[in-house]
Design a protein around this ligand. Sequence first.
Ligand SMILES: [Zn+2]
Length: 123
Amino acid sequence: MSPVKSHKRELFYGLIRIHVLLHASHEPIFGLAMMEELAHHGYRIGPGTLYPLLHGMESSGLLRTLPGQAGGRARRLYRITPAGREALRKARVKVDELHHELHEKRPRRIGIGRASGSDQRES
Ligand SMILES: [Zn+2]
């Protein structure tokens, strides 16, 4: 994979993780259904990418697995942990903040044109 492509992917991994946490906070999830859900939101992510991502979230304590059944098959189900809920709560605040700035006509200026010592939104 080219460096540009892999950087683009990394840009979206955080969003995908938040999405996983959101769904896992409502019900136990499993890989295939999560892949379909992500596709519904426009993320094309295969098992070779999603499963390591889920395992990573499990090792960092955001998710825990339990054996279960879905669609008449044995599946590895993922549930959110208390740490995952806390991470989701914080992510929601940050995403709201980002969303707000993404939709502002002009983000706060932080380069050479920045207003010194005052908050531009107030000027
Ligand atoms: Zn969704």
